[in-house]
Design a protein around this ligand. Structure first.
Ligand SMILES: Cc1ncc(COP(=O)(O)O)c(C=O)c1O
Length: 479
């Protein structure tokens, strides 16, 4: 990376460091309801106050420098401190900070971004993506998908096609539709979810769902078969769509076997149902491609995106609308009664354009595909020799490892021990952000991470695994 493209952390933000961390924590706990947080617990511990960031590092109000192996929340693909993105926002705010795209109006950055995205989305099997619908998040985009899919089948005279099939342990957002599409039991347990006409099949997770001795290839085909079984159970004439992440992210970086996606494609084709690829995490270089469906060779009708499109610098999401759906919506549709105030927000679109330009200029997608991605895979595989690591796998710039009590028998630790959380605690103490999903430890580093920085991260990961191992031995949980 060219250091001149980095900017020093702004003085204004640095001021937070000089304030009393405890005072910020008290105000935080008094007034700020955080996402996915137990507030009583947070109040007793106090939130960590992140004050500034640069490249792949963030700093907290106590001055600790932390290597952010999660890219914020799977989104800061271009790394922190990119002046081009701040400049693009500033210039657009001074030119046209906002105007809506309802009522026959448009704006230049939104048009340019839609055109750019259409050119980046590969045509697979003769299906291209010439149209984009904009939102401000992944959740909103998946709500849009539900509306679009239903409208599509209504317009085709098949209004009974309402059911969307998803997968257990999937994450598709936190709105009513997003959380319903997702397969997180903890989310479903709060607020009578899923909403009607959404149903789930098991995830393609060989480690958890494979039979003893079953090959990855056999398991992949068998796991795809669960979709066919569900379609037949629901009644094929009632099924509208199947939605899935190319690689499940928040569920713990679940990488499907190579045989999975081709078989899924065969099934959706056979029953004529729409395929939605939720690429909120996986697009924009995360798997070494602009869009992840290209990596796995399947042909979605709708593609959800958000996060990496702006490298998280400003909220923006959307849906790439494939020809099959766009043709019906546009030619048969009349007015589609759906949209958001911020659909095609000019500042968000200007930042996205600058971000995509930066990624192209620095060749970040190719770098992940051909250089740093394979290097991360090689270094991550070395972790398999660690006594706690049952499995370690990567796909581009996402990676997951599972912490086990017994590698040979695949015996897991008692869930009450919270081994993943113990490990995550050691990560924080050692200046590393890694996420724990149960006893799976996962990463999704900024795509600008260099080979030397991968080495630096691996030293930290090993240190944290060793510290976790020491704790477990001291607690008598391991020989
Ligand atoms: C695959 C996937 N879909 C949707 C979402 C929801 O996106 P947002 O939090 O922007 O609403 C996420 C968020 O992590 C995601 O990983």
């Amino acid at each position: 990376m060219n250091p001149s493209t980095l900017i020093a952390p702004p003085a204004l933000v640095r001021r937070a460091e000089q304030q009393d961390t405890q005072a910020i924590q008290a105000l935080d706990s008094a007034h700020f309801i955080h996402p996915f947080t137990d507030h009583a617990g947070l109040a007793s511990r106090g939130a960590r106050v992140i004050t500034h960031a640069d490249n792949i590092y963030v700093w907290d109000s106590e001055g600790a420098k932390i290597l952010d192996a999660m890219s914020g929340l799977w989104c800061v693909n271009a790394g922190y401190g990119r002046k081009e993105l701040a400049d693009a926002a500033y210039q657009q705010m001074m030119t046209l900070p906002f105007y809506n795209s309802f009522f026959n109006t448009t704006n230049v950055p939104a048009v340019q971004l839609a055109t750019k995205l259409a050119s980046l989305a590969p045509t697979v099997g003769g299906r291209s993506f010439q149209h984009v619908f904009f939102s401000s998040s992944g959740s909103e985009s998946n709500d849009t998908n539900v509306r679009m899919v239903r409208r599509y089948w209504d317009l085709l005279g098949q209004p009974q096609r309402k059911v969307i099939i998803s997968r257990n342990n999937a994450y598709h957002g936190s709105t009513m539709a997003g959380a319903s599409l997702g397969g997180m039991s903890g989310m479903h347990a709060q607020g009578d979810l899923p909403i009607p006409n959404i149903t789930h099949i098991e995830q393609p997770h060989h480690w958890e769902n494979g039979l003893p001795g079953e090959s990855q290839a056999d398991f992949g085909r068998r796991a795809a078969g669960w979709l066919e079984a569900k379609i037949l159970e629901v009644g094929a004439h009632k099924v509208a769509a199947f939605i899935a992440e190319p690689v499940q992210g928040a569920g713990g970086v679940i990488i499907p076997p190579e045989t999975y996606w081709p078989e899924i494609q065969r099934i959706v084709d056979q029953y004529g149902i729409l395929l939605i690829s939720d690429e909120v995490i996986c697009a924009f270089g995360r798997l070494g491609h602009w869009f992840a469906y290209e990596k796995f060779g399947y042909r979605p009708d709708l593609v959800t995106f958000a996060k990496g499109v702006t490298s998280g610098y400003i909220p923006l999401g959307g849906v790439m609308v494939g020809d099959r759906v766009a043709k019906v919506l546009i030619e048969k549709g009349g007015e589609f009664n759906h949209g958001y105030t911020y659909s095609g927000h000019p500042v968000a679109c200007a930042v996205a354009l600058a971000n995509l330009e930066l990624m192209e200029r620095e060749g970040l997608v190719d770098r992940v595909k051909n250089d740093t991605g394979p290097y991360l895979a090689q270094r991550f595989a070395e972790l398999k020799d660690h006594p706690l690591v049952g499995d370690a796998e990567t796909c581009g710039f996402v990676a997951g490892l599972v912490l086990v009590k017994n590698k040979t028998t695949r015996q897991m630790f008692d869930a009450d021990l919270g081994v993943g959380m113990i490990c995550r605690g050691h990560c924080f103490k050692n200046g590393l952000i890694m996420r724990a999903v149960g006893d799976r430890m996962i990463i999704a580093p900024p795509l600008v991470m260099t080979r030397a920085q991968i080495d630096e991260m691996m030293v930290l990961i090993r240190r944290c695994l060793d510290a976790t191992l020491d704790d477990l031995r001291a607690a008598g949980q391991l020989a």
